[in-house]
Ligand binder design. Structure first.
Ligand code: F6R
Length: 609
């Protein structure tokens, strides 16, 4: 969703801001703007639509300065208009904001009574006026931001500049990520490291309640009480190559094809440890896992489906009861907490608000055993968790999650096997077998990717359709769910997934010659059952598109199309069977000409409710 970038340097920062905003585009936005301090004036340019349109306007106006801030906005309070776009200005103070201010109405009334006029419908504009009000009262910029943030309720990441302080930028964070980039005689701020990676890799992650003041020469950070504080410096390992398309047409295509590498990197720690050890999840893991009576998984969207796969693994392999719940439901439900349960949050971004709030809620109920499976180092959710397993998928830019999902599955499989080992359910020979299967996983994924031409030819048959049904059973049912989600979000074809055994309890009524039915049917213990379900579809004239593997004993026939992975990979089969459903969605969207990487109405990181 919204993105922030800011820079203070001995050079013109406008190109830095524009490039940073372009790198934030993947998060989803509907307007963009920048403000710079030029001499003793603040100048700004804002536009609805793409950053490139705003860039043209900034060039036309000749914007150039050594201090500035920029923003991409995903509308929440107030429509998609130029006056609602950030930066917001109050008499020489310019500000960009991510998050939501909950007491903005009360602040708006108060500030109106003090004589401030509002130009926008946003919650953000109150912060600009509030800071100006405190500057007017004699505080300096840092003190004014600290005083203003004390009066705000809600979540924010802020960056502020003022014409009266042309040599500094102030920022603040509460509930939304914000980091500082350290350069040589220049410094930066960003909501996401990708925005400043072209300028520096040296970063400081701000903590909740921190404020910071940046000059050319240095950075001073203050904690929530206003006391100076030292925050550690990190070297980001996000690579520029991961943020660029290279030879691919879309980031989604690139990220699908990166999966052998992403999975290989994620496996490295497991293979290096030569076994499933608690240490894979953090230094405290042995203590946290000791006596675990159950697992409660919390996540949203695709990450939730990863949790559903894990439920099958954790119960079958470790013999530990496991529940999975959508984070936005859990956080508002009266739950019966059991401190003996391990709370596992799964999130690619580590920023999803509902998942974060569900974690906070679980902790407020007395849960202390918390683990996060996450792809973005130092993001909010892992930072709020006692244990963490970082997937090493690399930056995921396409809105539709692909490599993050399969690497999450690797981490969750390692969790199931580790709990099994701790519980005495994993004999040494089975552990060796699992490690061996994991070692071969990147190769099996590559074999599945090689099926792309066949899948692309299926996509041509899908693209004119309005609906599709996805079926699976057991551990492959969540892969059917994931296939339906991928198809609907990027091709806009309505798709639903069912456990194949549920078909005759209702959805079979939908099946006719116009309803393509995709079936995930590998050679596992449920294959014969799935075959009966397929016959139910055929008997009603439904056309079947079946993903299976070489070990299954059925072939194509009239109305039954079959694509086969080279071999059945046993317990890791759901990971391999994810590839064809990703490719089917991608090629169908391509045939329909939709915006694959930025599907309508969606954002990459969902940082609002
Ligand atoms: C679908 C998709 C979303 C995310 C969901 C959670 O392709 O990407 O459903 O999975 O918004 O996001 P994270 O994993 O960042 O918490």
């Amino acid at each position: 969703m919204c993105g922030i970038v800011g820079a203070i340097a001995g050079r013109d920062v406008v190109p830095v801001l524009i490039e940073g905003l372009k790198r934030l585009e993947y998060r989803g936005y509907d307007s963009a703007g920048i403000a710079v301090v030029e001499g003793d004036t603040v100048r700004r340019v804002r536009r609805t639509g793409r950053v490139s349109e705003m860039e043209v306007a900034a060039q036309a106006e000749g914007l150039a300065a050594s201090l500035g801030i920029g923003h991409t906005r995903w509308a929440t309070h107030g429509g998609v208009t130029e006056s609602n776009a950030h930066p917001h200005v109050s008499q020489g103070v310019a500000l960009v904001h991510n998050g939501i201010i909950e007491n903005h109405e009360a602040q708006r009334e108060r500030l109106t009574a003090l004589g401030y006029a509002f130009e926008s419908q946003t919650d953000t504009e109150v912060i600009a006026h509030l800071i100006h009000h405190h500057l007017d009262g004699g505080l300096d910029l840092l003190q004014a931001v600290q005083a203003a943030t004390r009066e705000l309720e809600g979540a924010y990441a802020l960056a502020v500049v003022s014409r009266d302080a042309p040599d500094r930028m102030v920022c603040a964070r509460m509930g939304c990520p914000l980091l500082i980039g350290l350069g040589d005689g220049e410094n930066f701020i960003a909501s996401d490291v990708s925005a400043i990676i072209q300028a520096t890799r040296r970063v400081i992650f701000l903590e909740e309640g921190d404020t910071a003041e940046l000059t050319h020469a240095g950075v001073a950070v203050y904690d929530e009480t206003g006391a100076p504080v030292a925050r550690g410096e990190h070297l980001s390992d996000v690579s520029l190559a991961s943020l660029e398309l290279g030879p691919y047409r879309h980031f989604m295509q690139k990220e699908i094809h990166e999966q052998p590498r992403a999975i290989g990197d994620t496996l490295e720690a497991i293979i290096d440890a030569a076994g499933f050890e608690p240490g894979l999840f953090g230094a405290d893991a042995a203590e946290v896992f000791d006596g675990v009576r159950g697992v409660q998984i919390l996540a949203c969207g695709t990450s939730y489906y990863a949790g559903l796969v894990a439920q099958y693994w954790i119960e079958a392999i470790a013999g530990v009861p496991c529940r999975v719940e959508i984070a936005s439901e859990y956080r508002y439900r009266k739950v019966v907490p059991d401190p003996g349960h391990l709370i596992v949050t799964i999130s690619q971004s580590g920023e999803t608000l509902d998942t974060m709030e569900a974690l906070k809620y679980a902790k407020s109920l007395g849960h202390t055993r918390t683990l996060s499976i996450c792809n973005v180092p130092e993001s909010a959710i892992p930072r709020a968790s006692r244990l963490v397993f970082y997937t090493r998928a690399g930056a995921e830019i396409g809105v539709a999650s692909t490599k993050a999902f399969t690497t999450q599955l690797v981490g969750l499989f390692a969790l199931a096997a580790t709990l099994a080992k701790l519980g005495g359910h994993l004999p040494a020979e089975r552990e060796a077998e699992y490690i061996d299967s994991l070692r071969h996983l990147p190769g099996s994924i590559q074999h599945a990717l090689n099926l792309e031409p066949q899948i692309a030819s299926w996509a041509e048959r899908f693209s004119p359709r309005h609906h599709a049904l996805f079926l699976g059973r057991g551990v492959h049912y969540p892969i059917a769910l994931e296939g339906a989600l991928k198809l609907k979000e990027i091709s806009y074809i309505h798709a639903e997934a069912y456990p194949a055994g549920e078909l005759k309890h209702g959805p079979l009524a939908l099946v006719d010659a116009d309803m393509p039915v995709v079936v995930i049917a590998p050679k596992d213990e449920l294959l014969e059952k799935v075959k009966s379900n397929m016959q139910e579809v055929r008997a009603r004239g439904g056309e079947l598109f079946v993903f299976t593997d070489a070990d299954s004993n059925f072939g194509a026939s009239e109305g039954v199309h079959v694509i086969r992975a080279p071999r059945h990979v046993g317990v890791l089969s759901p990971i391999v069977h994810t590839i064809p459903v990703q490719l089917l969605a991608y090629h169908t969207a391509l045939a329909r000409g939709t915006d694959v990487d930025k599907p309508r109405n969606l954002a990459k990181s969902v940082t609002v409710e």
